[in-house]
Design a protein around this ligand. Structure first.
Ligand SMILES: [Ca+2]
Length: 219
């Protein structure tokens, strides 16, 4: 089976941990890079959690740390939900820190995209800061993106505000930037697709394994 190359941009968070677990073990997916961003908790915790998850699952996927905070606004995290570490109550062994790249998430994402022989799907499970910065700094990557699958937005009640979903509400400027840069609406698996953020994250990971219609930044 030809595996679909994937980059996961994430801020784990236990909900993202579920999505990462599914993606790492999905026969249809080749997870080539995990990039982290400040979101549910600070960047030091999301990066540490990503390393712990990859190590725990016995995989050798590189991790690159990205933006610590939104482009314009101050980060208002969700540590009240996820705990101070982002994965409070879950104990992991010390992770393999050799998986952490020296280069930042934006450069790592660019390199992973440009070096791929086939277009790559970006699964965005967090505020879109890293994704938007990559698209703005390196617009040449657009032709190397199969699609961006976003966990974000809601058509129902939000989890950040009455009508706002956390990932988009945390960094709305970069969410708008990503939509403008790709000149098309992003396929979104928002809160309305599941009864909880966990379900949405799971659905998003699975969504990367199927063909979405109507989005191609190469068009
Ligand atoms: Ca997330």
């Amino acid at each position: 089976m030809s595996k679909k190359p994937v980059i996961i941009d994430t801020d784990p968070g236990i909900d993202d941990a579920v999505a990462i677990a599914i993606a790492l073990f999905a026969e249809e997916l080749d997870v080539r890079l995990i990039t982290t961003v400040g979101g549910n908790v600070g960047i030091e915790h999301t990066t540490d959690n990503a390393l712990k998850l990859v190590s725990f699952f016995g995989k050798r996927v590189p991790v690159a740390a990205g933006a610590a905070e939104p482009l314009v606004r101050e980060l208002v995290d969700a540590s009240n939900v996820h705990g101070a570490s982002g994965m409070e109550g879950w104990e992991f062994d010390e992770p393999d820190r050799s998986l952490l790249l020296e280069k930042n998430a934006v450069d790592a994402m660019r390199d992973a995209l440009l070096s791929s022989e086939e277009p790559v799907t970006i699964v965005a499970l967090a505020p879109l800061t890293n994704v938007a910065l990559t698209l703005k700094a390196y617009p040449e990557v657009k032709s190397h993106i199969e699609r961006i699958v976003l966990m974000g937005g809601t058509a129902a009640r939000g989890n950040k505000g009455v009508l706002s979903e956390f990932n988009v509400a945390t960094d709305p400027e970069t969410a708008a930037c990503a939509c403008v840069a790709t000149r098309t609406p992003l396929p979104s698996t928002g809160l309305s697709c599941g009864p909880s953020g966990c379900a949405s994250a799971t659905t998003t990971a699975r969504a990367a394994t199927v063909r979405w219609r109507g989005f191609s930044p190469r068009a």
